[in-house]
Ligand binder design. Structure first.
Ligand code: ZN
Length: 339
Protein backbone atom coordinates (compact mmCIF):
# COMPACT_ATOMS: atom_id res chain seq x y z
CA UNK A 1 0.00 0.00 0.00
CA UNK A 2 2.91 2.39 0.77
CA UNK A 3 4.58 3.67 -2.42
CA UNK A 4 7.79 5.61 -3.05
CA UNK A 5 9.62 7.15 -5.98
CA UNK A 6 12.94 6.33 -4.29
CA UNK A 7 15.05 3.58 -5.86
CA UNK A 8 16.81 1.89 -2.93
CA UNK A 9 19.27 0.13 -5.28
CA UNK A 10 20.46 3.26 -7.07
CA UNK A 11 23.87 4.74 -6.14
CA UNK A 12 24.11 8.45 -5.34
CA UNK A 13 21.89 10.70 -3.27
CA UNK A 14 18.10 10.85 -3.56
CA UNK A 15 15.57 12.89 -1.63
CA UNK A 16 11.97 11.69 -1.79
CA UNK A 17 8.98 10.48 0.15
CA UNK A 18 7.17 7.41 1.34
CA UNK A 19 3.49 7.90 0.50
CA UNK A 20 0.80 6.31 2.62
CA UNK A 21 -2.81 6.28 1.38
CA UNK A 22 -5.12 8.19 3.67
CA UNK A 23 -8.67 9.47 3.19
CA UNK A 24 -10.04 12.38 5.18
CA UNK A 25 -13.13 14.56 4.92
CA UNK A 26 -11.52 17.06 2.53
CA UNK A 27 -9.36 14.55 0.63
CA UNK A 28 -10.68 11.27 -0.71
CA UNK A 29 -7.54 10.23 -2.61
CA UNK A 30 -4.97 11.80 -0.30
CA UNK A 31 -1.53 10.53 0.78
CA UNK A 32 0.53 11.16 3.88
CA UNK A 33 4.07 12.11 2.72
CA UNK A 34 7.00 10.94 4.87
CA UNK A 35 10.35 12.51 3.82
CA UNK A 36 13.23 10.08 3.23
CA UNK A 37 16.79 10.46 1.97
CA UNK A 38 18.92 7.67 0.49
CA UNK A 39 22.71 8.04 0.15
CA UNK A 40 24.57 5.09 -1.38
CA UNK A 41 28.01 4.38 -2.75
CA UNK A 42 29.79 1.08 -3.34
CA UNK A 43 29.99 -1.96 -1.07
CA UNK A 44 29.29 -1.67 2.65
CA UNK A 45 26.53 -2.08 5.19
CA UNK A 46 23.02 -0.68 4.89
CA UNK A 47 22.00 1.44 7.86
CA UNK A 48 18.41 2.56 8.41
CA UNK A 49 18.34 5.71 10.57
CA UNK A 50 14.98 6.66 12.09
CA UNK A 51 13.54 9.31 14.39
CA UNK A 52 10.06 10.66 15.06
CA UNK A 53 8.74 7.18 15.84
CA UNK A 54 7.09 9.24 18.58
CA UNK A 55 6.26 12.57 16.97
CA UNK A 56 7.12 14.84 19.93
CA UNK A 57 10.74 13.62 20.20
CA UNK A 58 12.65 16.09 18.02
CA UNK A 59 16.35 15.63 18.92
CA UNK A 60 16.77 12.75 16.47
CA UNK A 61 14.62 14.42 13.82
CA UNK A 62 16.93 17.44 13.85
CA UNK A 63 20.07 15.25 13.82
CA UNK A 64 18.82 13.23 10.82
CA UNK A 65 17.72 16.31 8.82
CA UNK A 66 21.16 17.85 9.34
CA UNK A 67 22.94 14.65 8.38
CA UNK A 68 20.73 14.14 5.31
CA UNK A 69 21.55 17.64 4.03
CA UNK A 70 25.28 17.21 4.66
CA UNK A 71 25.91 13.70 3.39
CA UNK A 72 27.40 13.21 -0.04
CA UNK A 73 27.84 9.77 -1.61
CA UNK A 74 31.64 10.19 -1.41
CA UNK A 75 31.42 10.02 2.41
CA UNK A 76 29.35 6.81 2.44
CA UNK A 77 30.48 3.17 2.25
CA UNK A 78 27.38 1.14 1.47
CA UNK A 79 24.00 2.74 2.00
CA UNK A 80 22.41 5.06 4.56
CA UNK A 81 18.60 5.34 4.59
CA UNK A 82 17.41 8.37 6.56
CA UNK A 83 13.84 9.03 7.75
CA UNK A 84 13.79 12.01 10.14
CA UNK A 85 10.07 11.97 11.01
CA UNK A 86 8.81 8.41 10.77
CA UNK A 87 5.43 9.17 12.34
CA UNK A 88 5.12 12.35 10.27
CA UNK A 89 1.50 13.19 11.23
CA UNK A 90 2.50 13.03 14.92
CA UNK A 91 5.68 15.07 14.34
CA UNK A 92 3.79 18.02 12.83
CA UNK A 93 1.22 17.83 15.62
CA UNK A 94 3.85 17.55 18.42
CA UNK A 95 2.18 14.41 19.73
CA UNK A 96 3.51 11.04 20.82
CA UNK A 97 0.70 9.13 19.09
CA UNK A 98 -0.60 9.57 15.56
CA UNK A 99 -3.41 12.15 15.43
CA UNK A 100 -4.85 10.27 12.40
CA UNK A 101 -5.63 6.97 14.10
CA UNK A 102 -4.60 7.43 17.75
CA UNK A 103 -2.00 4.67 17.43
CA UNK A 104 1.46 4.42 19.01
CA UNK A 105 3.78 3.51 16.09
CA UNK A 106 6.10 1.85 18.59
CA UNK A 107 3.36 -0.65 19.48
CA UNK A 108 2.16 -1.20 15.90
CA UNK A 109 4.67 -3.82 14.68
CA UNK A 110 4.72 -5.96 12.59
CA UNK A 111 1.94 -3.80 11.11
CA UNK A 112 -0.83 -4.40 8.63
CA UNK A 113 -0.87 -3.42 4.92
CA UNK A 114 -4.62 -2.93 5.06
CA UNK A 115 -4.69 -1.15 8.41
CA UNK A 116 -4.60 2.52 9.36
CA UNK A 117 -1.75 4.88 8.40
CA UNK A 118 0.33 3.87 11.44
CA UNK A 119 -0.17 0.14 10.76
CA UNK A 120 0.85 0.64 7.12
CA UNK A 121 4.05 2.50 8.08
CA UNK A 122 4.96 -0.35 10.46
CA UNK A 123 4.24 -2.96 7.80
CA UNK A 124 6.42 -1.16 5.21
CA UNK A 125 9.33 -1.10 7.65
CA UNK A 126 8.84 -4.77 8.58
CA UNK A 127 8.58 -6.07 5.02
CA UNK A 128 10.63 -3.62 2.89
CA UNK A 129 13.08 -1.48 4.87
CA UNK A 130 14.24 -3.85 7.65
CA UNK A 131 15.09 -6.64 5.16
CA UNK A 132 17.38 -4.13 3.32
CA UNK A 133 19.21 -3.11 6.51
CA UNK A 134 22.12 -4.55 8.50
CA UNK A 135 21.81 -1.90 11.20
CA UNK A 136 18.67 -0.09 12.46
CA UNK A 137 19.05 3.09 14.54
CA UNK A 138 15.85 4.43 16.16
CA UNK A 139 16.43 7.74 17.98
CA UNK A 140 14.03 8.46 20.83
CA UNK A 141 13.89 10.92 23.69
CA UNK A 142 11.48 11.19 26.58
CA UNK A 143 9.11 13.40 24.59
CA UNK A 144 6.74 15.32 26.79
CA UNK A 145 6.22 12.43 29.22
CA UNK A 146 9.73 11.68 30.54
CA UNK A 147 13.09 13.37 31.04
CA UNK A 148 16.05 11.00 30.61
CA UNK A 149 19.72 11.25 31.32
CA UNK A 150 20.83 11.31 27.64
CA UNK A 151 21.64 7.67 26.94
CA UNK A 152 21.91 5.09 24.18
CA UNK A 153 19.74 2.05 24.83
CA UNK A 154 19.14 -1.54 23.75
CA UNK A 155 17.34 -4.76 24.59
CA UNK A 156 19.25 -7.73 25.96
CA UNK A 157 18.67 -9.96 22.91
CA UNK A 158 19.23 -13.71 23.37
CA UNK A 159 21.68 -14.20 20.46
CA UNK A 160 25.16 -13.56 21.91
CA UNK A 161 26.80 -12.43 18.65
CA UNK A 162 23.95 -10.02 17.89
CA UNK A 163 24.04 -8.84 21.52
CA UNK A 164 27.79 -8.10 21.54
CA UNK A 165 27.62 -6.21 18.23
CA UNK A 166 24.61 -4.20 19.50
CA UNK A 167 26.45 -3.45 22.74
CA UNK A 168 29.52 -2.16 20.86
CA UNK A 169 27.35 0.01 18.58
CA UNK A 170 25.35 1.34 21.54
CA UNK A 171 28.55 2.29 23.40
CA UNK A 172 29.86 4.03 20.24
CA UNK A 173 27.22 6.72 20.90
CA UNK A 174 29.68 7.94 23.58
CA UNK A 175 26.95 9.13 25.96
CA UNK A 176 27.65 9.27 29.73
CA UNK A 177 25.09 6.50 30.27
CA UNK A 178 23.87 3.47 28.35
CA UNK A 179 20.68 1.74 29.40
CA UNK A 180 19.35 -1.80 28.92
CA UNK A 181 15.59 -1.65 29.21
CA UNK A 182 12.64 -4.00 29.53
CA UNK A 183 9.27 -3.65 27.84
CA UNK A 184 6.90 -3.12 30.75
CA UNK A 185 4.21 -1.46 28.60
CA UNK A 186 3.11 -3.76 25.85
CA UNK A 187 4.39 -5.42 22.67
CA UNK A 188 4.76 -4.50 18.99
CA UNK A 189 7.89 -2.36 19.34
CA UNK A 190 9.92 -1.30 16.30
CA UNK A 191 13.28 -2.41 17.77
CA UNK A 192 11.89 -5.83 18.71
CA UNK A 193 10.75 -6.47 15.13
CA UNK A 194 14.18 -5.39 13.81
CA UNK A 195 15.96 -7.53 16.45
CA UNK A 196 13.82 -10.54 15.51
CA UNK A 197 15.04 -10.06 11.92
CA UNK A 198 18.64 -10.30 13.23
CA UNK A 199 19.56 -6.63 12.82
CA UNK A 200 22.04 -4.66 14.90
CA UNK A 201 19.61 -2.32 16.64
CA UNK A 202 20.63 0.84 18.49
CA UNK A 203 18.07 3.05 20.19
CA UNK A 204 18.41 6.13 22.41
CA UNK A 205 16.65 8.23 25.00
CA UNK A 206 18.17 11.66 24.37
CA UNK A 207 16.84 13.75 27.24
CA UNK A 208 13.28 15.00 27.19
CA UNK A 209 10.80 16.85 25.05
CA UNK A 210 10.07 20.44 25.91
CA UNK A 211 13.31 22.27 26.67
CA UNK A 212 16.23 20.62 24.89
CA UNK A 213 19.66 21.97 25.94
CA UNK A 214 22.30 22.51 23.22
CA UNK A 215 24.46 19.87 24.91
CA UNK A 216 21.79 17.21 24.36
CA UNK A 217 21.56 18.11 20.65
CA UNK A 218 25.37 17.75 20.48
CA UNK A 219 25.31 14.29 22.10
CA UNK A 220 22.55 13.23 19.68
CA UNK A 221 24.28 14.51 16.55
CA UNK A 222 27.87 13.49 17.43
CA UNK A 223 26.72 10.10 18.69
CA UNK A 224 24.79 9.33 15.51
CA UNK A 225 27.80 10.17 13.32
CA UNK A 226 30.13 8.09 15.50
CA UNK A 227 27.83 5.04 15.39
CA UNK A 228 27.63 5.32 11.58
CA UNK A 229 31.45 5.38 11.46
CA UNK A 230 31.60 2.48 13.97
CA UNK A 231 29.39 0.23 11.82
CA UNK A 232 31.40 1.11 8.71
CA UNK A 233 28.79 3.07 6.71
CA UNK A 234 30.35 6.53 7.09
CA UNK A 235 33.97 7.45 6.41
CA UNK A 236 35.89 9.06 9.25
CA UNK A 237 37.76 8.37 12.45
CA UNK A 238 35.78 6.66 15.19
CA UNK A 239 35.98 8.52 18.49
CA UNK A 240 36.07 6.76 21.84
CA UNK A 241 35.24 8.19 25.28
CA UNK A 242 38.94 7.86 26.12
CA UNK A 243 40.00 9.80 23.01
CA UNK A 244 37.58 12.55 24.10
CA UNK A 245 39.12 12.60 27.60
CA UNK A 246 35.97 11.16 29.18
CA UNK A 247 35.47 8.32 31.66
CA UNK A 248 33.85 5.13 30.29
CA UNK A 249 30.10 5.09 29.64
CA UNK A 250 28.20 3.86 32.72
CA UNK A 251 26.24 0.81 31.55
CA UNK A 252 22.98 0.35 33.44
CA UNK A 253 19.97 -1.92 33.25
CA UNK A 254 16.37 -1.87 34.49
CA UNK A 255 15.02 -5.29 33.62
CA UNK A 256 12.56 -5.83 36.48
CA UNK A 257 9.15 -4.32 37.14
CA UNK A 258 10.23 -2.96 40.53
CA UNK A 259 12.85 -0.76 38.77
CA UNK A 260 9.95 1.16 37.17
CA UNK A 261 8.21 3.29 39.82
CA UNK A 262 4.55 3.96 39.01
CA UNK A 263 2.36 6.57 40.71
CA UNK A 264 0.17 4.82 43.33
CA UNK A 265 -2.40 7.62 43.01
CA UNK A 266 -3.06 10.74 40.96
CA UNK A 267 -1.65 14.11 41.99
CA UNK A 268 1.24 16.50 41.44
CA UNK A 269 4.65 14.82 41.18
CA UNK A 270 7.72 16.44 42.71
CA UNK A 271 11.10 14.85 41.94
CA UNK A 272 13.37 14.93 45.00
CA UNK A 273 16.72 14.05 43.43
CA UNK A 274 18.84 15.12 40.46
CA UNK A 275 18.75 12.97 37.34
CA UNK A 276 21.71 10.60 37.08
CA UNK A 277 22.44 10.40 40.82
CA UNK A 278 22.94 7.11 42.68
CA UNK A 279 19.89 6.01 44.68
CA UNK A 280 19.75 3.54 47.57
CA UNK A 281 16.97 0.98 47.98
CA UNK A 282 14.35 2.50 50.30
CA UNK A 283 15.40 6.08 49.48
CA UNK A 284 12.63 8.59 48.75
CA UNK A 285 12.86 9.65 45.10
CA UNK A 286 9.94 12.10 45.03
CA UNK A 287 6.45 12.90 46.24
CA UNK A 288 2.87 13.01 44.97
CA UNK A 289 1.08 16.10 46.30
CA UNK A 290 -2.71 16.53 46.52
CA UNK A 291 -4.08 19.85 45.26
CA UNK A 292 -7.49 19.23 46.83
CA UNK A 293 -6.01 18.25 50.21
CA UNK A 294 -3.01 20.50 50.89
CA UNK A 295 -3.30 19.54 54.58
CA UNK A 296 -2.61 15.90 53.70
CA UNK A 297 1.10 14.85 53.69
CA UNK A 298 2.39 14.03 50.21
CA UNK A 299 2.70 10.37 49.19
CA UNK A 300 6.40 9.44 49.05
CA UNK A 301 7.74 7.56 46.01
CA UNK A 302 10.33 5.12 47.36
CA UNK A 303 13.04 3.32 45.37
CA UNK A 304 12.46 -0.46 45.44
CA UNK A 305 15.96 -1.13 44.08
CA UNK A 306 19.37 0.58 44.20
CA UNK A 307 20.98 2.18 41.14
CA UNK A 308 21.01 5.37 39.08
CA UNK A 309 17.98 7.63 38.60
CA UNK A 310 17.97 7.24 34.81
CA UNK A 311 14.67 8.98 34.03
CA UNK A 312 11.87 10.92 35.73
CA UNK A 313 8.38 11.97 34.80
CA UNK A 314 8.46 15.34 32.99
CA UNK A 315 4.99 16.86 33.65
CA UNK A 316 4.13 17.42 37.30
CA UNK A 317 0.48 16.52 36.73
CA UNK A 318 0.35 12.76 37.22
CA UNK A 319 -2.28 10.08 36.96
CA UNK A 320 -2.39 6.86 38.93
CA UNK A 321 -0.21 4.32 37.10
CA UNK A 322 2.02 6.86 35.31
CA UNK A 323 5.74 6.02 35.44
CA UNK A 324 7.38 8.67 37.63
CA UNK A 325 10.96 7.34 37.86
CA UNK A 326 13.18 4.46 36.77
CA UNK A 327 16.13 3.14 38.81
CA UNK A 328 18.78 1.37 36.71
CA UNK A 329 21.54 -0.81 38.18
CA UNK A 330 25.11 -0.59 36.95
CA UNK A 331 26.29 -3.69 35.07
CA UNK A 332 29.67 -4.81 33.81
CA UNK A 333 29.66 -4.70 29.97
CA UNK A 334 32.07 -7.66 29.82
CA UNK A 335 29.65 -9.92 31.72
CA UNK A 336 26.78 -9.20 29.34
CA UNK A 337 28.28 -10.94 26.36
CA UNK A 338 29.68 -14.07 28.02
CA UNK A 339 28.49 -17.24 26.25
ZN1 ZN B 1 9.95 7.50 21.99
Amino acid sequence: MVVTSLDFDKPGKQQGYLQVPYSHNLGGWANVYIPMTVVAQGPGPTVLVLAGNHGDEYQGQIAIMKLARELSPARVKGRILLIPSLNFPAAIAATRLSPLDGMNLNRAFPGNPEGSVTSQIAHFLTTVLFPLADVVIDIHSGGRSMEFVPCSTMHLVADRDQRSRMLAAMLAWNADFAFLYADIAGTGLLPVEAENQGKIVVTTEMGGGEAVPAGVHRITQNGLRNVLIHVGALKGLERTRASLGQSPTILTQALHREDYLLAPESGIFEIGLELGVKVKRGQTVGFIHHLERPDRPPEPIVAQTAGYLITMRAPCLTRQGDCVAVIAQEVNPKKLCLP
